[in-house]
Design a binder for this molecule. Structure first.
Ligand code: ARG
Length: 458
């Protein structure tokens, strides 16, 4: 036996064309799914009385043996193996004889590859979900350790209002919670069984597709055989989810790169998660974070590249679709290592309390003064304007806003009472933000609880 489709050909395939056409180098990763799919298919053929019970058992035993060879690293890919489907069938037939040739009855590589790939993506979503939970738990750990530690909050990367470390850490937790929801949604999109669509028009044999779906752990069957073999939207959804997750990781990375710089100095990376310079002995570089930030570009590229591949494809299987696997595999591999690296980095991250404290300057409290005037009945716009004058006065005198005397404030607005100094503290600013989702200790305790629940810790 040579090519699966060799019958109508008399000339041999050009060697370079064979290499160009072949996908075995990368789709070998689908071997387990391919064999699982074939086992279910052999059972379905026997149910439809296209195989005897004995033939079915021979095929099942042969397929399990092929699986063992793969698992043990003993499977030998032959030069003529074009893809994983031909390789498995070739080896099966070597092992069990001509009955191996019955397995492909009523099936095509077109519905086969779509089935294998969907199964692979379903498993990939489950696997990445576990890695995401790990990272979520690392962020929860960091939040818990410094829950109410005040730090400057930023907008436009300028000091804005005080927040807490716990609030900041959890702000990177919730995007991951949404990434997990997206992964679950991708898994649902993938869990629709194409097998039984055959080449394009549907199988000509009485196959119970619902039963087949059950056997393989799919939630439903594809409603249109032509659609089943033509589309890879589930793979595009996977790549989008991976790209967005990559973007979330890049934001966290960028923030920690800034925070670990000499200028901020808010955190120190553990030795295990940073690298040195070959020439400058003092350097401790955040390479891991830079790589994570950089790899988000590659994830984004996989998404846009693959969408471009899908664009304008006519219905039916087209060989363009073979381009679905490498971006998906690479996106998976990228995240499969980036996620645990980030988890470890967060778990070992040292927060430098003195450096955070040193940045808690009075300007962060300007909003408190405005809110104070609002509580005395002034429209916020006017209050904002008056506090602007306070800020300017402090600047003119080259003192902190909190160092101005009450009489100075009263000269700007008689609404400033003697109690105004009480609101001008970081603690008061934090405590005031107690609406759900805010940075006050109460609100944060509730948020932390919700995060623990979302990460399966409660
Ligand atoms: N290796 C192919 C792929 O990955 C399998 C399907 C081939 N089907 C075909 N009609 N040539 O898409």
């Amino acid at each position: 036996m040579t090519r699966l489709w060799g019958g109508r050909f008399s000339g041999r395939t050009d060697a370079l064309v064979h290499r160009f056409n072949a996908s075995i180098d990368f789709d070998v990763r689908l071997y387990d799914e391919d064999i699982t799919g074939s086992i279910a298919w052999a059972e379905a053929l026997a149910d439809a009385e296209l195989l005897t019970g004995e033939e079915r058992d021979t095929l099942l035993a042969g397929l399990e043996q092929v699986r063992t060879e793969f698992n043990d690293g003993e499977f030998v890919v032959k030069p003529d193996d074009e893809d994983i489907h031909s390789a498995v069938e070739r080896r099966l037939t070597e092992l069990v004889g001509p009955v191996g040739g019955k397995l492909h009855t009523g099936r095509s590589r077109n519905d086969q590859v779509a089935t294998d790939f969907r199964l692979w993506i379903m498993r990939a979503c489950e696997h990445l979900d576990e890695k995401l939970i790990e990272l979520q738990r690392a962020l929860i750990g960091s939040a818990e350790a410094q829950l109410n530690l005040p730090m400057p909050g930023y907008t436009h990367l300028q000091h804005a209002q005080p927040v807490t470390w716990g609030h900041w850490a959890l702000s990177h937790f919730w995007p991951l919670a949404r990434d997990r929801e997206r992964l679950a949604k991708v898994r649902r999109s993938a869990a629709v069984l194409p097998l039984g669509a055959a080449a394009l028009a549907g199988t000509a044999f009485p196959i119970d597709r619902e039963r087949l779906a059950d056997r393989l752990g799919f939630a439903a069957i594809t409603p249109n055989s032509l659609d089943a073999v033509s589309d890879r939207d589930f793979a595009a959804e996977f790549l989008f989810t991976a790209a967005l997750l990559g973007i979330h990781l890049s934001r966290l990375s960028e923030q920690l790169i800034l925070f670990s710089s000499s200028e901020f100095g808010f955190v120190r990376l553990d030795d295990g998660y940073s690298t040195g310079s070959s020439i400058m002995p003092q350097k401790k570089n955040p390479d891991t974070l830079e790589l994570t930030r950089g790899k988000s570009g590659r994830l984004l590229g996989h998404l846009t590249g693959f969408l471009a591949t899908l664009k304008g494809l006519p219905s039916g299987y087209d060989k363009d679709l073979q381009e679905d696997k490498e971006p998906v595999f690479d996106a998976f591999d990228t995240l499969d290592i980036a996620l645990p690296v980030m988890s470890g980095l967060i778990r070992t991250l040292e927060v430098r309390l003195d450096r955070l404290a040193a940045q808690l300057e009075a300007g962060l409290l300007a909003t408190e003064l405005a809110d104070y005037l609002v509580r005395r009945g002034l429209p916020f716009r006017e209050a904002h304007h008056l506090v602007g004058q306070v800020v300017r006065l402090a600047e003119e005198r080259d003192v902190a806003m909190t160092d101005l005397a009450a009489v100075d404030l009263q000269a700007i607005s008689p609404l400033f009472g003697a109690d105004v100094t009480a609101v001008l503290t970081v603690e008061a600013a934090l405590a005031a933000r107690s609406a759900p989702g805010g940075t006050s200790p109460d609100a944060l305790a509730r948020q932390l609880n919700a995060a623990r629940q979302a990460a399966g810790l409660l």
